[in-house]
Write a protein that binds this ligand. Structure first.
Ligand code: GLC
Length: 512
């Protein structure tokens, strides 16, 4: 059994949601110095890589995903020297570093957009963006009916008859990547971070970079998630081929990972040999916890990725979705991390899920996510999964920042029950389970054949091996305990106590 291929092929990557990880300077926002100080925690967890969410200057209309300078560091979060130091420390600890590049749009405070607003209708400054005349007698209506992903129209008026496209917030105008300066600047940004030694790049909103230049209306009955004239178009792949050539020009198997939202048919083209190494599999977050959708889903994704000799990039959680515990329940979340870590492919873990953090119900006036406002309050947005981490059982901020500091999102009472300090030495904790799982994955699953062989299993259960021999993974999605003996003599790890060789409902065991 050999672990061949680039470092990222079956890597476990931990998403450091920077703003909520560790606040070293006490301004309430997690920062680079904070993250750097906890790299040993991540090395101890056993992950291969850290993905840092954006740390670039930003007016924070979308928690840093509205970037006003792609090749600088927000002074609230650190400095270029701090990034360099973090990369060095990470490498010394054997961790790779993946940065998040937000190239689909800029902040409305970006000099290009400031200039576009000032320059007026028909100006070359506006040509870097998707700008159209409004409809109606005096251009008072948006150019078409495209919806923003965050709610409301995807168009905002300049106030002079022209409108600009923003697939996300109004303060995130979409760039027109066909413009030579936009294209060149994206490459300059990519090279800037690769030159600083990052091991990989996550391409934010990967599928949205090109739009149908005729801006057609969406078909009648269109629903979010259906194909759209602004997502995953064939011409977006020209851009990834261009960027992949840049990645390939650097030594050390630099990773490009696309933030995709879709099934195998969406993911597959990004993995063509001259494109990227990985594209996120987000759909499994929404597969019902029943054997059939999982068997079919895993098979389809493995088949699609195998076409290009790639593997899936399983996403267990992220800052854009609800907490694992919220989605799958407390036991289910523990079961699912063992399932994902046994499957062929890479796994992306989200900061705080290793602590079993629950989704937090924030009050209206505590929510910062623009989704809340833009949806008219019907969607509470993503902040419930972004509450700063508890490191100690001390009162607020629970070791997230210096004593007396106030985190940017409030931590609820009892947050200390989930603290790292409380879980780290408790073998029954979710932290201990995750650490053991990442470690045993390295010895028992990683590098094994990419084929999943499904084994006969009782109703409500999934069981598989990779290839024809080796360990088995048994997932009990039902309520009735099941006998583990048909699957192995020894339990390597289980997400719940296996008493009398019976695996309880909502749990997973690895056996050999
Ligand atoms: C990606 C990010 C998300 C952000 C959006 C716009 O989906 O993960 O947090 O809001 O892009 O940049």
């Amino acid at each position: 059994m050999t672990d061949t291929g680039p470092w990222w092929r079956e890597a476990v990557t931990y998403e450091v949601y920077l703003r909520s990880f560790v606040d070293a300077d006490g301004d309430g926002l997690g920062d680079l110095a904070g993250a750097r100080s906890r790299l040993p925690y991540l090395a101890d967890l056993g992950v291969d890589a850290v993905w840092l969410t954006p740390f670039y200057p930003s007016p924070d209309h979308d928690a840093g995903y509205d970037v006003s300078d792609h090749r600088e560091v927000d002074p609230r979060l650190g400095s270029l020297a701090e990034v360099d130091g973090l990369i060095d420390d990470a490498h010394r600890l054997g961790l790779r570093v993946v940065v998040d590049l937000v190239l689909n749009h800029v902040s409305s405070a970006h000099p290009w957009f400031v200039a576009a607003r000032a320059a007026g209708p028909g100006s070359p400054e506006r040509d870097r963006f998707h700008v159209r005349p409004g409809r109606g007698v005096a251009g008072e209506l948006p150019p078409n009916g495209w919806p923003s992903i965050f709610g409301g129209s995807a168009w905002a008026p300049f106030g002079d008859g022209e409108w600009y496209l923003h697939l996300f917030d109004t303060e995130q105008p979409d760039l027109r990547h066909e413009h030579p300066e936009v294209a060149a600047d994206a490459v300059a940004t990519l090279r800037f971070w690769l030159d600083r030694g990052v091991d990989g790049v996550r391409f934010d909103a990967a599928g949205s970079l090109t739009k149908d230049p005729t801006y057609p209306e969406l078909p009648a009955g269109w629903r979010p998630g259906d194909p759209a004239p602004y997502s995953d178009r064939e011409d977006v792949h020209e851009i990834y081929r261009r960027w992949a050539r840049q990645l390939a020009a650097y030594p050390g198997d630099r990773l490009g990972v696309a933030e995709t939202w879709g099934g195998p048919e969406v993911i597959e083209p990004y993995l063509r040999p001259d494109e990227l190494g990985q594209a996120f599999a987000m759909d499994p977050l929404y597969w019902p916890l029943r054997p059939e959708p999982w068997r079919a889903g895993v098979d389809a994704l493995l088949a699609a990725t195998a076409r290009h000799d790639r593997l899936p990039a399983w996403v267990y959680g992220s800052h854009d979705v609800s907490r694992a515990v919220q989605r799958w329940g407390r036991d289910g979340a523990r079961a699912m991390v063992l399932l994902m870590l046994a499957l062929p492919g890479a796994v992306y873990l989200y900061a705080g899920d290793e602590l079993g953090l629950p989704e937090v119900a924030l009050a209206d006036d505590e929510i910062r996510d623009p989704v809340f406002r833009r949806s008219g309050g019907t969607d509470r947005g993503r902040d419930g999964a972004r509450v700063p981490l508890p490191w100690t059982t001390q009162p607020v901020p629970y070791g997230f920042g210096p004593d007396g500091s106030t985190p940017w999102l409030p931590q609820p009472a009892g947050w200390g029950d989930f603290a790292v300090a409380r879980q780290v030495d408790d073998p029954a904790s979710t932290l201990a389970l995750t650490r053991a799982a990442v470690s045993l994955r390295g010895t028992h699953w990683r590098g094994r054949p990419a084929q999943v062989s499904w084994l006969e299993a009782p109703a409500d259960c999934l069981a598989f091996r990779r290839g024809t021999d080796g360990p088995s993974c048994l997932v009990n999605l039902g309520d009735t305990p099941i006998d583990v003996r048909p699957y192995g003599d020894r339990v390597l790890l289980a997400s719940a106590p296996v008493d009398g060789l019976m695996l309880p409902g909502r749990s997973t065991a690895w056996l050999c």
